[in-house]
Design a binder for this molecule. Structure first.
Ligand code: 1GP
Length: 247
């Protein structure tokens, strides 16, 4: 698919990927969203992720995607459930929450979603989702048995399982607004001993931390909250990881 090829090319060229996560539930001012996303785009964010766990509706997804429609970078749904699927996006992270105790989040939602995705002509990006440490709301809703921050071997076991099942990406998620991000040590161990591409998100608030995570082996980092609370800082994060060559 087009979006998968675009991401693959960035990885092959050694460019760290930056995803700007927009939570439609938190969008109160469309003009402000327009201004902020335009600056993220100009700073070089690689793609927009659109999604949230609580309080998001398809209407809100569509309103956000309408604002983003003119940017020539991918608009990718980051769905917490099947109701967030909309044909206005280019692709979606087709995720299985690997460490959930609830089969719904491992395979049930995916079965319910698959025909909708097909009919909407959305590109599905096969992604394992692994909730680490704090976990935030996603861990609670997803009934995840979180991977402790200091247990990289356990994360590696999941990463290899995901890779052997054919997933292209593994999203290590510390939870939106997590007080601590996934640790560089975990990223280093998982990325050096598996072939899966790591997306890392949750609690990334500083250019220094973002750089550290990319240097440790994250192919992509996600920033959500910081875009809303301090967009200047989000821009600095984008600029700083662009200086890292990961090839
Ligand atoms: C949440 O990983 C994302 O799903 C982003 O987290 O909002 O803390 O940046 P933040």
């Amino acid at each position: 698919g087009k979006v998968a090829n675009y991401l693959q090319k960035l990885i092959e060229d050694g460019h760290p990927i930056h995803f700007s996560l927009i939570d439609p539930e938190k969008v109160t001012d469309i003009d402000l969203l327009d201004r902020v996303t335009s600056r993220l785009y100009k700073a070089g964010t690689s793609a927009f992720l659109i999604g949230g766990t609580l309080g998001v509706s398809k209407e809100k997804m569509d309103a956000t995607l309408t604002v983003l429609r003119n940017y020539d970078i991918p608009k990718i749904i980051f769905p917490s459930n099947i109701n967030l699927i909309t044909e206005k996006a280019d692709a979606l992270l087709f995720m299985s929450l690997l460490n959930s105790d609830d089969l719904y989040y491992v395979i049930g939602a995916q079965v319910s979603a698959s025909l909708i995705v097909k009919l909407a002509k959305l590109e599905a990006i096969p992604t394992g989702y692994l909730i680490v440490g704090h976990g935030g709301t996603a861990a609670h809703i997803g009934r995840a048995r979180v991977i402790p921050y200091d247990n990289p071997e356990l994360a590696l076991a999941y990463a290899l399982a995901a890779e052997y099942m054919g997933m292209e990406y593994l999203y290590l998620e510390a939870g939106s607004g997590a007080p601590e991000t996934v640790r560089p040590d975990m990223i280093r161990i998982v990325s050096s001993s598996s072939g899966i591409n790591l997306i890392v998100g949750g609690g990334i608030r500083s250019p220094e931390r973002a750089t550290e995570l990319v240097k440790a082996g994250a192919k992509a980092i996600v920033t959500g909250n910081i875009i809303e609370s301090d967009s200047e800082r989000a821009i600095k994060i984008i600029e700083s990881i662009q200086k890292v060559n990961v090839s």
